[in-house]
Design a protein around this ligand. Structure first.
Ligand SMILES: Nc1ncnc2c1ncn2[C@@H]1O[C@H](COP(=O)(O)OP(=O)(O)OP(=O)(O)O)[C@@H](O)[C@H]1O
Ligand SMILES: [Mg+2]
Length: 442
């Protein structure tokens, strides 16, 4: 259901109702005749729907069956594209010709077979080697390793080969940004179109505002404005003690979770987090860091051994009956020490960029606050910065300084899923969009 707020929006809507696409999507569908055709820009701006439709049109007229659809993983391509083909109104004209063969991970389309591939990691490159591709659709292409991007590019070797790609921007030296620059210089091999949220009349204003307000810094520039920019400066640039630090827990907890970042030479940190799901009071989820355990051998002048840390963690969490403990996935030996004491820790998801993004969104929205006694965590949040030297080499990573309590918090927040009561869910369909977008990679 589309919600309209003013006359100009109404006119836009009337314009687009005559056919099932937004003007920006039509522009892409009509003009994407180059070897590489790239839709890039803000999240939820209609890139996937536009590119996918154009790809199916190209597949319909393709003279052979060397046709591929690529996603970050083969599950994400199912969720983002195949499901659209099987369910959405915009793809209705192709649906009678589509049969999804889940076992083979193939889409029968008319008299052709479209194969599904995942590009998740370096090992995936073998799937692409040796293939000739006439047509390829690449969803979320900036999430692929650069070696896979180069490999796909080299597979488009037929005279009629074409690639269609949609993505959110990343850093400005990314190889796809180089293609976009080529398109801007007039190189006929490349066509690119920049999408912004306002180009999509099918998501309502409230939802657009919520996306706007949940992002900050680099995530705001990349996801909301759709710009290719460097990861630089403070990561939690919005952090304000008067808003994000509280003197006492804001609610009564439904349950507790904890996150642990293991360190022996560096600091060891454990944070205890209270979770209120909002199901009982319909207030939405609220989390808070209730207290921290922090052992920095450089300050205390003494290194502790695993069994001492495990005893400390048991004592620290003792009265709370914690539901889940999320542990640094590299701390294999320490997890055994915890297990001996009855704590079965979960290996945390260590996807740093997406973890920081989810954490920044929750902190900014006030869905996570920190109790004032967590002095080390607060200090780390305030001094957490992007590593500019890595950014220049094309890696989005935080500077490795004091990030122990912050990592412990990230492990817990990003890995744990809160079952929330969400009064807006029926309206936008994608409320928890950061999680929706990235949970599939876990
Ligand atoms: N032509 C359309 N008609 C109706 N709804 C549409 C249309 N185009 C896009 N939408 C809706 O808008 C939302 C975003 O579209 P889409 O997934 O194509 O955006 P995107 O730019 O690929 O997003 P992301 O960056 O998150 O991958 C979806 O819920 C989709 O169903
Ligand atoms: Mg998309």
């Amino acid at each position: 259901m589309t919600h309209l707020h003013n006359n100009s929006q109404l006119q836009d809507f009337e314009l687009t109702r005559a056919h099932p696409f937004a003007p920006k999507q039509l522009e892409f569908i009509i003009n994407s005749t180059a070897k590489w055709n790239i839709a890039h820009g803000s999240v939820r701006s209609g890139k996937t729907v536009g590119t996918l439709f154009r790809f199916m049109e190209a597949a319909f007229t393709c003279p052979d069956s060397q046709i591929y659809m690529v996603g970050h993983s083969s599950e994400t391509i199912y969720g983002n594209a195949i499901r659209l083909l099987l369910e959405s109104e915009q793809m209705a004209m192709w649906r009678p010709y589509c049969t999804w063969q889940a076992g083979k991970r193939e889409l029968k389309f008319y008299d052709k077979t479209i194969k599904i591939l995942g590009a998740k990691d370096e090992g995936a490159i073998g799937q692409f080697q040796g293939k000739t591709m006439s047509l390829v659709y690449c969803d979320e292409m900036t999430l692929y390793p650069e070696s896979v991007i180069q490999m796909i590019d080299s597979r488009l070797s037929n005279l009629h080969s074409m690639g269609f790609a949609s993505m959110n921007p990343t850093y400005p030296t990314h190889p796809i940004k180089v293609w976009i620059d080529e398109a801007a210089k007039g190189n006929k091999d490349y066509y690119s179109l920049h999408f912004t949220l306002d180009d999509n009349p099918y998501v309502d204003i409230d939802y657009k505002n919520r996306i706007k307000n949940s992002t900050s810094g680099i995530f705001y520039k990349r996801n909301y404005l759709g710009l290719w920019c460097l990861a630089e400066g403070a990561i939690f640039d919005f952090f304000d003690r008067s808003l994000h630090v509280v003197s006492r827990p804001p609610r009564e907890a439904d349950y507790w979770i904890a996150g642990i970042d293991y360190g022996s030479v560096n600091a060891f940190a454990c944070v205890l987090i209270g979770v209120s799901t909002g199901i009982a009071n319909q207030l939405g989820k609220q989390l808070w860091v209730e207290k921290e355990y922090y052992w920095d051998p450089k300050k205390t002048g003494r290194q502790k051994v695993n069994s001492e840390f495990a005893d400390d963690v048991v004592e620290f969490l003792e009265p709370y009956g914690v539901k889940n403990v999320y542990l640094d996935p590299s701390a294999e030996a320490f997890s055994l020490d915890l297990r001996k004491r009855g704590i079965h820790a979960t290996h945390a998801n260590n996807d740093v960029y997406n973890g920081i993004q989810a954490m920044a969104s929750d902190l900014r929205n006030g869905k996570v606050v920190i109790c004032a006694n967590c002095v080390n965590l607060i200090r780390e949040v305030e001094t957490y910065v992007w590593d500019e030297s890595k950014a220049k080499k094309g890696e989005d990573a935080p500077k490795k300084t004091a990030d122990h309590a912050v990592d412990a918090l990230r492990y817990a927040l990003f890995t744990h899923k809160v079952n929330v009561y969400d009064p807006y869910k029926h309206k936008a369909g994608h409320d928890n969009w950061l999680r929706d977008k990235y949970t599939v990679t876990r």
